[in-house]
Design a protein around this ligand. Structure first.
Ligand SMILES: NC(=O)c1ccc[n+]([C@@H]2O[C@H](COP(=O)([O-])OP(=O)(O)OC[C@H]3O[C@@H](n4cnc5c(N)ncnc54)[C@H](O)[C@@H]3O)[C@@H](O)[C@H]2O)c1
Length: 255
């Protein structure tokens, strides 16, 4: 029996921005497929959603693997019978290095998760969205402020991957614009998450100050501030919005 509610999946939803997006979508009336490499973490986010009165299922998913993405999406579809919206958030950074010092291994790791992962997720989400009668039909890819501008303070691999996500988003938006699917990117500035805290443990308080000052607002963002924009794009009111890359960055890219 298909769900009477709209259904969304969020990749990388065990922690950080993805977790905040999953919780926000649940509060907005979506049933949520919580996908993550960290299966226990995915289960914990899903349990939190269920305690708050939403429907949610936690599913293991490694976005680097086509088989894993397909089977996670199939699990959500068989739980709820439909798919309306998909948020491709799973991603990781690596240490900031000059390009000549960037190892092929780090390049491959970051491109594999942050760009190929988004390609595989969209590739296998699209048929589910197209097959769902009256689907909202929204894909949101989480890029970055450094998907819109160069940065000397990040790995060039990360900056390249996030620019790639923006390009992939625009191309897919044009290809599916008349087929009921909107595709947008959200480009966060520096957001206080477990992933960011891991970086700061390595780099210290001076890096934290510099990162904070990248935003015109001179503070880091909260994951919930990104989730609010994503939830709007996933919902039924953003009907004429496609192919955009929306900064949620405290004014970083306005400079
Ligand atoms: N935090 C920031 O300042 C910031 C800024 C701009 C963009 N972003 C982007 O936002 C997204 C989330 O970042 P975050 O800071 O919340 O990170 P995080 O490290 O706090 O959380 C990332 C989540 O993704 C999951 N994940 C990692 N690899 C995966 C894989 N192969 N398959 C499935 N899940 C996987 C992790 O288990 C974790 O739950 C990323 O795409 C990141 O590049 C973050």
């Amino acid at each position: 029996m298909p769900s009477s509610k709209p259904v969304a999946v969020v990749t990388g939803a065990a922690h950080g921005i993805g977790r905040a997006i999953a919780l926000s979508l649940g509060r907005s009336g979506f049933s949520v497929g919580v996908l993550d490499l960290d299966e226990n973490g995915a289960g914990a986010t899903a349990a939190e959603l269920c305690r708050a009165g939403a429907d949610a299922v936690g599913v293991h998913c490694d976005v680097r693997s086509a088989a894993s993405v397909r089977s996670a999406l199939d699990a959500v579809r068989s739980a709820y019978g439909r798919l309306d919206s998909a948020v491709n958030n799973a991603g990781l950074g690596t240490k900031a290095v000059d390009l000549a010092d960037l190892t092929e291994q780090d390049w491959d790791l970051v491109l594999d998760v942050d760009l190929r992962g988004v390609y595989l997720s969209m590739k296998y989400e699209l048929p589910h969205l197209l097959e769902t009668p009256d689907a909202i039909g929204s894909i949101v890819n989480i890029a970055s402020a450094v998907g819109l501008t160069g940065s000397a303070d990040n790995s060039p691999a990360y900056v390249a991957a996030k620019h790639g996500v923006v390009g992939l988003t625009k191309s897919a938006a044009l290809q599916y614009a008349t087929r009921g699917i909107r595709v947008n990117a959200v480009c966060p500035g520096v957001i206080d998450t477990p992933g960011l805290q891991r970086r700061l443990v390595r780099t210290g308080p001076e890096d934290a100050r510099q990162l904070q000052n990248k935003q015109a607002m001179e503070r880091m963002g909260d994951p919930g501030e990104v989730a609010a924009a994503v939830t709007w794009l996933c919902g039924r009111t953003a009907t004429f919005v496609t192919g955009t890359a929306i900064p949620v960055d405290g004014g970083w890219t306005a400079r």
